[in-house]
Design a protein. Structure first.
Length: 749
């Protein structure tokens, strides 16, 4: 392996560390927020501590000293909370959350490769604040140390002790295979103090001809001069406990502890015991003569409190045994943990996108093969292509499933937002998340974050009242902000709701009239009034704050949602709250479609929205030349839209025989309409391609796709069709270029 390979491996590992650090920071923040609301739940405190320790330990392996140093301050304060030395308070929670932000800033510096004096200064200031919050907790170790000599006086001492910790470390054979670097742990150990002596046991290394380069045969005996606690030293090796045997003896450890370690390492092998004693002697450890039990009895018998003086020796040995047993338990539980972790693998997003693109092309090629098989009319060929088509569809579904992630990952980021803004505004707000396990395409999860942030901040600022206002109106002092997600008819629905004061209908209408958005005296329905909020720059806020009220955001929210082929709607009751509903397709890449033909042009409907197909109703036949109208579907009056007239199909290309035409009933949320088409061509796996610029003026088109024949089919945008079919007096003359544009579009794919 050359230096370039080494550098590449280190760079890949460093990138993995940065990805893991982002996940750990999210876990750390989430655990802190739960801990703040429920201080008695120790599990969240432990989870936050583990996340911080993971960041510190991994950062130490890569030499990120600034991250290690500051995270240690956070970790030390949390250790005081875990031990019960101090209790969780609002100041401590706020400081730890600020510490999380600072850890993120330091990791960003590692990512960018540039450090800032301001960040370093903030680390120092926040570190001092964290130490101050520990307060009296800093004195406890000194008190404990003062009590130690008395407790250990009865133990046979180590002669001429140099005040160093003794670390006995033996790595397992699979340590290197599992990604551990023994030297990295030893180097990091040097950050806790000074390694005075280090002896390496290499006798177990086999001859070169039989050496397995991936096997580890090393052991170490170290003397560490450090003022740190035992837990600090143990935490250095936390990641290696599954692949090593570690025993730590304190500077004041007695001969009995060393004799127990000798028995643990060498058993009854006298030669190995002598060799280990020789190593200790070279490191400056002078053991007293092995204690004789009768002599010990003789020494302790005359003294009246003899039973008390022998008790510390037993209690001193018991913890060592318990520590060894605890280490064995943790090592024993390592295999299931690694097996669980082995079920997951991280893949670069661009590689996954490339796979999706290839499968999309495979879908198109499979469709072409099926058309050829149909033209050949060969039963064997048809059967083979049908089998291939089924496998392609299964592969497509599996590949798309790789990109699906729970939307709850996006929801969790708002817990901190709600906490910070509610404190800033002096409000009491509870965040309620439901449906967090609902899955959505990862690319859409990333894009939906900012629109949701606008909606959440608006609810916190404008929607939910102060505790005093809520109490005066008979509401609970604590407001409720809800985030909910669920699947419905091939779409995912995300709702942001609050139980605040709701939207002021008359005030919105008045503001819209003043701005000329609606004519004076216009009578609008509630949904029409709520849609005015999405007008650019529209706001009814009395004052501008750094949270909301500038009249920007809601129009951007609507544009962003519509760019994802989604739709947004509002429902509000004054005095009771507001619910904003976002409806999105499950994926942006491929869908199951329903293929139709209108005037010689293929149109694709999302299969999930198709309810049924029926013959053209009498009402539609009796009103030729009418784009929109209504028809009777088993006693229910529904609107319909004639796609040929909607897209300006020339009369020469329109179907003359009405009986040949069909009506497709589609549902989008609670709304159902009928779409009049010339022919029904059945289900079709659809790979959505972006529209060429020539199609930009056309309404209700979400994209295009390529058929197996090479023809271009247009994917219909259900939201646009719904709006066109239900709005009165709609005209669509500007869509008459569609047929001329379709032939030009074929050359773009």
């Amino acid at each position: 392996m050359n230096m370039d390979d080494d550098a590449e491996i280190i760079a890949a590992a460093r990138a993995g560390f940065l990805d893991e650090a982002a996940d750990m920071l999210a876990q750390f923040e989430q655990a802190l927020l739960v801990m703040e609301s429920d201080p008695e739940d120790s599990e969240n405190l432990n989870a936050a501590f583990r996340a911080a320790h993971t960041i510190k330990g991994t950062a130490g392996l890569f030499g990120c000293d600034a991250v290690v140093s500051f995270t240690h301050e956070v970790e030390t304060l949390m250790e005081a909370l875990r031990s019960g030395e101090i209790a969780v308070s609002e100041d401590i929670s706020a400081a730890l959350l600020e510490g999380r932000d600072q850890m993120g800033a330091l990791i960003d510096e590692v990512k960018s490769g540039h450090s800032s004096p301001d960040v370093a200064e903030r680390s120092q200031a926040l570190g001092q604040r964290l130490r101050a919050l520990r307060g009296a907790g800093d004195l406890l170790p000194e008190t404990a140390a003062a009590a130690t000599p008395a407790a250990s006086a009865a133990v046979a001492p180590v002669q001429d002790s140099d005040g160093c910790w003794q670390l006995s470390l033996r790595f397992g054979t699979d340590a290197l295979r599992n990604g551990l670097d023994p030297l990295a742990f030893l180097r990091y150990l040097g950050t806790l103090g000074t390694v005075r002596h280090c002896h390496t046991f290499e006798a177990a290394v086999p001859p070169l001809e039989s050496l397995d380069a991936e096997a580890c045969h090393l052991g170490f005996e170290l003397r560490l001069d450090s003022s740190r606690s035992r837990s600090d030293i143990e935490q250095v090796f936390e990641f290696a406990l599954d692949d090593c045997a570690l025993t730590i003896l304190a500077p004041d450890a007695g001969a009995a502890d060393y004799q127990a370690l000798l028995a643990e390492r060498c058993g009854d092998d006298t030669a190995a015991q002598d060799a280990l004693r020789a190593v200790w002697a070279q490191q400056g450890v002078r053991l007293a003569a092995a204690p004789d039990t009768t002599a010990a009895s003789a020494v302790t018998a005359p003294a009246e409190p003899g039973a008390e003086t022998t008790a510390p020796a037993a209690s001193e040995e018991a913890p060592a045994t318990e520590r060894r047993q605890a280490g064995a338990d943790r090592r024993g539980s390592g295999t299931p943990r690694r097996a669980e972790e082995a079920r997951f693998i991280k893949v670069r997003a661009d590689k996954l996108d490339h796979l999706i693109d290839l499968i999309g092309e495979l879908v198109i090629a499979g469709s072409g093969a099926q058309m050829v098989a149909t033209a050949e009319a060969s039963p064997a060929f048809l059967e083979a292509t049908q089998r291939v088509s089924e496998l392609v569809q299964a592969t497509r579904d599996g590949a798309l499933g790789l990109r699906m992630v729970p939307v709850g990952e996006t929801f969790n980021r708002f817990a901190r937002v709600v906490r910070d803004i509610s404190k800033q505004l002096g409000k009491e707000i509870e965040l309620v998340v439901t449906g967090g396990d609902t899955e959505l395409d990862k690319s859409m999860v990333e894009l939906i974050g900012d629109p949701l942030m606008h909606l959440v901040r608006n609810s916190l600022d404008h929607g939910i009242e102060t505790p005093e206002e809520r109490a005066a109106s008979g509401k609970p002092r604590s407001g409720r902000l809800g985030l909910n997600a669920y699947h419905e008819a091939g779409s995912i629905v995300i709702e942001v709701s609050d139980d605040g004061k709701g939207l002021a209908r008359n005030r919105i209408l008045k503001k819209a009239t003043e701005r000329g958005l609606v004519p004076e005296g216009a009578v609008l329905s509630d949904p029409e009034i709520w849609q005015l909020i999405f007008a650019p720059g529209f706001s009814t806020a009395d004052q501008v704050t750094d949270i909301s009220g500038r009249g920007v955001g809601m129009d951007v929210v609507k544009r962003n949602i519509e760019s994802l082929r989604g739709q947004i709607s509002l429902a509000s009751t004054e005095g009771r709250g507001t619910t904003t509903q976002i409806r999105l397709p499950l994926t942006l890449a491929m869908i199951d479609g329903f293929l139709t033909l209108v005037g010689g042009v293929h149109y694709v409907l999302p299969l999930a929205v198709v309810s049924e197909c029926i013959d053209l109703p009498t009402e539609c036949r009796e009103q030729p030349g009418r784009t929109c109208g209504t028809f009777d579907l088993r006693g229910e009056v529904l609107p319909y839209l004639d796609l040929a007239l909607f897209y300006g199909v020339p009369p020469s290309q329109q179907a003359k025989d009405g009986s040949r035409r069909s009506l497709v009933v589609v549902r989008q949320g609670p709304v159902r309409i009928g779409l009049v088409v010339d022919r029904l061509l059945g289900e079709h796996q659809t790979v959505i391609k972006p529209l060429a610029s020539i199609f930009k003026p056309l309404e209700a088109l979400a994209g295009s796709t390529i058929l197996g024949s090479g023809d271009v089919a247009l994917v219909l945008d259900m939201q646009g069709l719904m709006a066109a079919a239900t709005r009165p007096g709609a005209t669509h003359a500007r869509a008459q270029t569609v047929h001329a544009s379709t032939s030009a579009a074929r050359s773009t794919h």
